[in-house]
Design a protein around this ligand. Structure first.
Ligand code: ADP
Ligand code: MG
Length: 355
């Protein structure tokens, strides 16, 4: 039999393309929140307040006191690939800020109801704007879509409502709002430890007390104590290493041999972005195996700064995996430093118990 005539090839509707792209960047509410936290930090904020309803599926709101957004930029704010942080492809290699491709807000606007209220220091009023599928939309049908002047403090408030309202299969995949809330607390907690000088609060809508609350003046140890408890905070040792030839700087806090738990906690930041690296995790675990009883694991907060030219951040929009040059050598140097610190603390401990 003769094969049937091929079907004609057609371009997908841009709206469908955008919805697909959005779903790749934002798989769960926590991914939207991470982008919003990074934007707020990029904007120079010293205070971030986060409000969450139904694990972020009903409401995600983040209020910052950063530099705000110019009124003139509001019409294109949520278009794909609009950014104030990158101009050329070359900029990708020297970028110091978190965001780099102007996709976060665009994505969110395709799969949620997005409202932005923002005030710059030079403006006498704040402006409130509503977005859908990349564009400004009216608050109510029949009204103008133009941003409306409103009262407000300097900074930006982003409100994300009904995430995945138009992606029913994804929406249905979330069985437990509290599971999503725990993922949110995990990410907020990571940034709250890492961002010195920035106050964080996170709470569930309708509850009077905050689940996370750190002052802007809190030290890193204070932050770890508030989020991970005194059992961890009381047993921390500081480490720091740097190397000119490998262009890196590493610093952090890690637990001594007095502390061990069933599962390792690793707060890893590479160039101030929360990431995970199974290589680094394994290497640190390996380092501790000489100091901890079998099955015992440490808590480690590690902030690694690498010459941006050596980091490949352009891997995937989710940006959770960061690759960098000389990963093995750099990891080994960090672990050597940790090993030396652990050994010297261990020695003084033995010495003290002997005398
Ligand atoms: P990117 O962060 O990659 O530039 P986003 O879609 O996350 O892309 O944000 C687009 C732009 O919106 C940013 O470049 C920034 O200029 C502006 N913006 C977003 N959030 C904030 C905020 N909280 N404060 C000030 N400006 C913001
Ligand atoms: Mg961004």
């Amino acid at each position: 039999a003769e094969a049937a005539a091929p079907r004609r090839i057609k371009a997908l509707d841009p709206d469908v393309v955008n919805k697909i792209a959005a779903g790749e960047i934002i798989v769960a509410p926590v991914h939207a929140l991470k982008e919003l936290i990074e934007n707020a930090v990029d904007a120079g904020s010293t205070s971030l307040e986060i409000l969450v309803k139904e694990g972020g599926l009903k409401l995600l709101q983040i209020t910052d006191n950063g530099h705000g957004i110019n009124k003139e930029d509001l019409p294109i704010l949520c278009e794909r690939f609009t950014t104030s942080k990158l101009k050329s492809f070359e900029d990708l290699t020297s970028i110091g800020t978190y965001g780099f491709r102007g996709e976060a807000l665009a994505s969110i606007s395709h799969i949620a109801h997005l409202t932005v209220t923002t005030k710059t220091k030079d403006s006498s009023v704040a402006y409130k704007a509503h977005y859908n599928s990349g564009a400004l939309v009216p608050a109510k049908p029949g009204q103008s879509a133009d941003p409306k002047p409103t009262a407000g403090r300097p900074g930006t408030q982003i409100t994300v409502e009904d995430l995945f309202y138009n992606v029913p299969t994804r929406r249905r995949a979330f069985r437990s709002p509290s599971e999503e809330y725990n993922k949110i607390l995990d990410v907020v907690g990571r940034y709250a430890v890492h961002c010195e000088g920035v106050a964080f609060s996170c709470k569930k809508h309708g509850e009077s007390s905050t689940t996370i609350s750190t002052q802007s003046s809190a030290t890193t140890i204070d932050r770890i104590r508030q989020i991970h408890g005194s059992a961890v905070a009381n047993e921390l040792i500081q480490f720091e290493s740097a190397d000119r030839t490998f262009h890196f700087k590493a610093q952090g806090w890690t637990t001594n041999a007095n502390y061990h738990v069933k599962k390792m906690t690793l707060l890893l930041f590479i160039n101030h972005r929360s990431v995970d690296s199974s290589n680094i995790r394994k290497a640190i675990e390996q380092t501790y195996s000489a100091f901890l009883p079998k099955g015992g694991h440490p808590f480690t907060y590690l902030s690694l700064e690498i010459d941006p030219e050596c980091v490949d951040v352009n891997v995937h929009p989710t940006k959770r995996e960061v690759n960098f040059l000389r990963e093995d050598e750099i990891t080994e140097m960090i672990c050597n430093d940790i090993r030396n610190k652990l050994a010297s603390v261990d020695k003084s401990r033995t010495f003290m118990t002997q005398t």
